[in-house]
Ligand binder design. Sequence first.
Ligand SMILES: [Mg+2]
Length: 314
Amino acid sequence: MRVLIADDSLVMRRLLQATLEGWGFDVVCAADGAEALACLQGEDPPRMAILDWMMPVMTGPDVCRMVRDLKSETYTYLILLTSKSQREDIVEGMGAGADDYVVKPFDKHELDVRLRAGRRILDLQMELMQAQEALRDQATKDPLTGCWNRRVILEVLERETVRAEREKRSLSLVMLDLDHFKTVNDTYGHGAGDEALRQVTQRVMGVIRGYDAIGRIGGEEFLIVLPGCDELCALSHAERLRRMVERTPVAVEGQEIWITVSVGATSLLPGQGFTSGLLVRSADAALYTSKRLGRNRVSFQLPEQIDRVQGASN
Ligand SMILES: [Mg+2]
């Protein structure tokens, strides 16, 4: 574990550094408060710091206050090093955001147990963050494939639809469905079917742009939201995905399973007041066209065409 030591006294820095390195810590040093703060605000900062109280430019308590104001997601455990041992001083130091304090000249055993206490807190915080992340994943990700679940991808689509309308930008939606998936399950078993879904999803996730999103909305059906992408862009993306799946078989337990996908695409025309629900229906209609025309192909449908079709049938 890396620890920052900030003290304006070179002798004290050396002494602390030697002591902590003897205990197996990686030590980073700073000679004043500003240097200490820069280090704690930098890239991949130490998660623990021992800060001298009296330092030039910025005092230890000042550094504590600034670090706490950052409200960063990972916690920094701060220990103040002070020759002050009056009750009021300690109250002030802890009030500034320090987690603990050690009085100079420090006692090695005392410093040791205080560092251990800090480590326990940091370990607990790490576990808590991992648990939170796992919960977040459970609530947002599709457990089989790791892409967004139905609820989240529909939320993303809704948000992007509103944004595209407001910013008068293009937005496309692609719906993708694995062809004859029931046959895959029946022939190779459900485990192989699941693996096929996983591998196809991984391939798609590997080629979409950073700001695109993919979610699984049904058994073998996926939605891909493409912000800033117009009709031509959507068609080329969709065709690329279709070919990518068709070209390479899915490998499951030494077997090669050839998979194809049917794809439906649609695009929002800004300023027309299209809703995300209409986009989903359009992509779905385009997908249906691809299935009807023999699968393993891409079809496109403008949202307005759908309304006209529905209007005619009323
Ligand atoms: Mg000092």
